[in-house]
Design a protein around this ligand. Structure first.
Ligand SMILES: [Zn+2]
Ligand SMILES: [Zn+2]
Length: 264
């Protein structure tokens, strides 16, 4: 079996007491059949640091972007463009809108979101979108900036069925994190039942929000397995089927050669 963690922050894990290094994290993941990761950056210096931390590996690819929560200072769009063009970068992001934590940077978030989509279209790299308390603006900007040209994923999905439908209409993929396993996530489970299997991805968003039964612990790529197991039951398919389909979806969306996503 081959599972992909489509969204993790490998630079945010606890290398002091939980893991010795990135090899250790990836070995723990592989032991649970999570054999490939997309390492997501949230600032440009963070992107550079991530590349240094992870190095060149056959089983890790990268995104480059500035998170909506990191918009208090301006960044150089030219630098974003040139870093995003580097080999190994398969996506723009994470980008998007978060009006829950930082409504005061709304205008800058929107501008940055648009820039990420424009560069994504130029480079033919899909966008990884984060949205919180900003549903209408997120959908409007995706449509206005013609995101269908490069495609993308709404990561750590916490919206409803109707929003999922609008994203699917734009050709989007939808990624579920450990939140789907939480007791109070009924609306989310309803959306997950509705989203076709060929548009689903799984992720941890580690180090945040560990799935049941690991709540309270630090999340890590290995826990993609728990999300996948839960989602398989919800979709009425076997874990193997869910793994096969979500891995294929990941390859399609991020233009990754299928040979890289096969059991060694
Ligand atoms: Zn996010
Ligand atoms: Zn994230």
């Amino acid at each position: 079996m081959f599972l992909v963690d489509s969204h993790c922050h490998l630079d945010g894990l606890d290398y002091q007491s939980l893991h010795t290094d990135v090899d250790d994290v990836l070995a723990k993941a592989a032991a649970r059949d999570v054999k490939f990761c997309l390492a997501v950056s949230t600032t440009l210096p963070g992107y550079r640091g991530m590349r240094e931390l992870v190095g060149e590996r056959p089983n890790v690819v990268f995104s480059c972007g500035v998170h909506p929560l990191n918009q208090e200072e301006e960044y150089d769009v030219q630098e974003l463009r040139s870093l995003a063009a580097q080999p190994g970068v398969v996506a723009m992001g994470e980008t998007g809108l978060d009006y829950f934590y930082t409504p005061e940077t709304k205008a800058r978030q929107q501008h940055s979101f648009r820039e990420h989509i424009r560069i994504g279209r130029e480079l033919n790299k899909p966008v990884i979108v984060h949205t919180r308390d900003a549903r209408a603006d997120t959908l409007a900007i995706l449509a206005e900036e013609k995101v269908t040209d490069c495609g993308g994923v709404l990561h750590c999905f916490t919206e409803d069925r109707e929003t999922a439908g609008k994203l699917l209409d734009m050709g989007f993929y939808i990624s579920f994190s450990g939140i789907i396993t939480f007791r109070n996530a009924e609306q989310l489970r309803d959306a997950a039942r509705y989203i076709p299997l060929d548009r689903l991805l799984v992720e941890t968003d580690s180090p945040y929000l560990a799935p049941v039964p690991h709540r309270g612990k630090e999340n890590q790529p290995a826990m993609t397995r728990d999300v996948a197991e839960y989602l398989a039951v919800l979709k009425g398919v076997t874990l193997e089927q869910l793994a096969q389909q979500t891995t294929q979806n990941f390859a399609t969306l991020f233009h990754i050669a299928p040979q890289r996503l096969q059991p060694a």
